[in-house]
Design a protein around this ligand. Sequence first.
Ligand code: ZN
Length: 231
Amino acid sequence: MPENDSVSVRIEALAAQLDGWGCTPEEIDEVRRAQGVDLPRSYETFLRVLGRDGGGLMGGTEVCFGEIAQVRRWAIDLLEENRAQHPDEEVFRLPDDAVVISSHQGYVFEFVRTSLGDDPPVEWWSEGSTSLGRSTVGAASIADWLERELVARDRRSEEALRSHRRSIQAMRRRRFQPEMCPTCGGNLQWRGEIVYQAGDPNSGRDRQIAMCAAEGRSFWRWGDEPDTPLR
Ligand SMILES: [Zn+2]
């Protein structure tokens, strides 16, 4: 099946470049059940090679296993709310063959249509956009959708982007490999923090803070150094 393989090749190469961590076959089945439709091959490949940590791409967006169980429901609810708020406007209806692949801050979602073949375009819909009645193609394919995220769209340096990705990746990985308190072995509650300070070489770098409730103390490490001990 050469044409099918070519769909996967770019996504697999990207995952290798990002040191991505993918879903198990059981997790992919769970996604399929939650969506209630077949998954396009390209999206299934994304789940297989990047589904657990997304390679650190798209931080702040629900896009990985453990984040996306409800995204289809959220998309439908968001459209319903907008229909109620804008009774005089035509509001988009999620197609039956849509696989919702992301949700961002509760007001925008992305989807692919499984009837459009192995490698469908990624479409988005957003609350507050001027055209509530239709979706917009944001990327020609899942591979393009991922590659777009590798490019800085603001003034952040390549190095800062890489650092941020690594930090997002570490946070997502902890969902599958919980890290315990280094002194008492108890559960840790994690949060991220970014401090901007002129003149500080670490300004804008992600700090990950772990709170041990049992001991009432907290630890931290740089998000882009996930293998260093907590301090
Ligand atoms: Zn502790």
